[in-house]
Design a protein around this ligand. Structure first.
Ligand code: 2RA
Length: 369
């Protein structure tokens, strides 16, 4: 049985022997390969979605050595063509026979598709890099941010999970600080862009802004409330403890990625009328004393992270400028006034890239090493 990572809070004790306390999902049919094809056949499942399109662009931009490319989606996208290296590539329908000869499959088509098709792909001999939450807390599945725990990739049994976008962006700044000062707990609030919900939510924000400007009644299809000129303190569904699934992921996935079973996180996730890039305000408490200066030195050296922190010049990370960038940005560094060994910071990152497509392609790059 695979536990839904959003529904259970993982206790520190449950982590003691491994990544997590969930039942293992094993893939006995997976036969490890001695080496990866030097020019792998790559498939993108969910190729026409917001993340799928970014996966395609990222493979091209980073010159990933794609030998053959297969683009897969639901029947209604068949016939569409996407461009890769200047050539049109037709989208094919995802079926159980889609994975013959495929070496690496990047999945971003939602949890139900991953649950049904990832084991089929593994059985066909493919390594799956999955962007859904379905396998993240399964103890047989590495959950990876390459800048943090790339070595976990080697333990895969056919599936490697991409983390939740808000968690990945937060950890890009938190993990280097953890290595230096040992984090105990965080309190955080996220400011999440509508593209995290998907293409329909982008259209909803645009439509509502136009309706308001035109003095027309606002229509709602995606969110339960108007998102234009508003903020919604709900991302994903509520759990019995009052947190949402999105909020629970920060602690559960953070523990697994950082190999830090005692990590605590109390998070409020908020949807904001921003098209792209998530931001997170974090108050972190550490075991060791931390100063702004020592934290800045640590963060300056962190891979995949830019320090944008010049309050005198009103310079700090902004989602508008973090969009389309591979690196996350951190700023507003200050001593936390409520903790003895505390630091506040603000981190922003493109959730379609570091929170999804880029992270997946980075995992694929690690597989090639
Ligand atoms: C969101 N966490 O922003 C999602 C995207 N993966 O809602």
């Amino acid at each position: 049985m695979i536990a839904d990572p959003g529904t259970a809070r993982v206790t520190p004790a449950a982590h003691a022997g491994g990544w997590a306390g969930f039942d293992a999902c094993s893939f006995p049919q997976y036969i490890p390969r001695p080496f990866m094809n030097a020019k792998p056949h790559v498939a993108i499942v969910g190729a026409t979605g917001a993340v799928g399109i970014e996966m395609l662009k990222t493979l091209e931009k980073r010159n990933f050595p794609v030998g053959k490319l297969t683009l897969l989606a639901s029947a209604r996208s068949v016939g569409k063509k996407l461009t890769f290296r200047g050539q049109p590539v037709a989208v094919a329908e995802l079926t159980k026979d889609s994975f013959k000869g495929v070496d690496i499959a990047l999945f971003s088509a939602g949890g139900a598709i991953s649950r049904d098709f990832a084991p089929i792909a593994v059985k066909a001999g493919c390594v799956v890099i999955d962007n859904s939450s379905v396998f993240r807390m399964d103890e047989s599945v590495p959950l990876v941010v390459p800048e943090i725990n790339a070595s976990d990739i080697r333990l895969h049994k056919g599936i490697i999970a991409n983390p939740n976008c808000t968690t990945a962006i937060t950890l890009m700044a938190l993990y280097p600080l953890h290595k230096a000062f040992h984090v105990k707990r965080i309190f955080a609030s996220s400011y999440q862009a509508v593209s995290g919900t998907g293409a329909k939510a982008i259209q909803e924000l645009k439509r509502q802004v136009e309706q308001i400007v035109a003095g027309e009644p606002v229509t709602k299809e995606v969110y339960p409330h108007q998102i234009a000129f508003n903020v919604l303190p709900q991302v994903d569904v509520f759990l019995p403890n009052g947190y949402t699934k999105e909020e629970a992921k920060m602690e559960n996935e953070g523990r697994k990625i950082m190999h830090h079973p005692a990590f605590r996180a109390s998070v409020t996730c908020v949807r904001v009328p921003v098209y792209r890039a998530h931001s997170v305000a974090v108050s972190a408490e550490f075991e060791k004393p931390v100063t702004v200066e020592t934290a800045r030195e640590v963060l300056k050296k962190a891979p995949g992270l830019d320090v944008v922190d010049n309050p005198d010049k009103k310079e700090y990370p902004l989602p508008l400028y973090a969009s389309d960038k591979y690196n996350c940005q951190v700023g507003r560094l200050r001593k936390d006034s409520a903790f003895d060994n505390g630091l506040c910071f603000w981190v922003a990152g493109d959730q379609l890239l570091k929170g999804a497509a880029l992270n997946a392609v980075q995992i694929a790059e690690e597989l090639m090493k």
